[in-house]
Write a protein that binds this ligand. Sequence first.
Ligand SMILES: N[C@@H](CCC(=O)N[C@@H](CS)C(=O)NCC(=O)O)C(=O)O
Length: 206
Amino acid sequence: MTMTLYWRAGSGSMVVEAALRMIGQPFTRVEVAAKSDQRQAAFLALNPTGRIPVLVLPEQQPVFETMAILLALDERHPQAALLPASGTAERATAVQWLAFLATQAYGSALRYWYPQRHTSDPAEAAIAAVKRQSAIDMRRDLGLYCAAMQGKFLLGDRLTITDVYAAMIGDWEEPAFTDARLAALREAVLGVDTVRAAWESHQFSR
Ligand SMILES: N[C@@H](CCC(=O)N[C@@H](CS)C(=O)NCC(=O)O)C(=O)O
């Protein structure tokens, strides 16, 4: 049984596809082309939160939440070195920042792209204020990540899936394109063929 990724261009399924490609085993993709499809019963049966990505494991168990998917893949395929080995200080660092990206930075990005969900005030000015603040938050979050980088990646010369996650969120954040550290991180992760293939298939920018 292969794994199946529910995906859409431009979405957070990119980092999961990058992980699958780094693992190097065959997988299938099911495109969830319209956001309305995420509200359909068939999709909600896979992920009751109605979000992308979802990865269906070979046992046919669907897993949602991007960080949970990445950790499950890493546990099953340690040879792919998505993250450093269990029990190491490097792993603690990589998982720490993965958690930060998955909760804080992804959250800031979602507020930026869906500002109307984050205020009960329907006035345009209120929605614009949420968007302005979330742009500031995204820049702060990604700036913290860049400041923690010990070289071209978080762990120096060694790529982890956490770097791919950070570059993905950076691609969603228009103001961050002015951040040279983030641009350098994007170039560094795209220097890895498997990551580049996922990036391009998801139509992320260059
Ligand atoms: N906490 C979730 C967030 C997933 C998420 O918000 N995905 C976006 C795409 S990047 C989505 O499905 N958005 C559609 C919507 O919220 O209606 C995760 O880390 O996987």
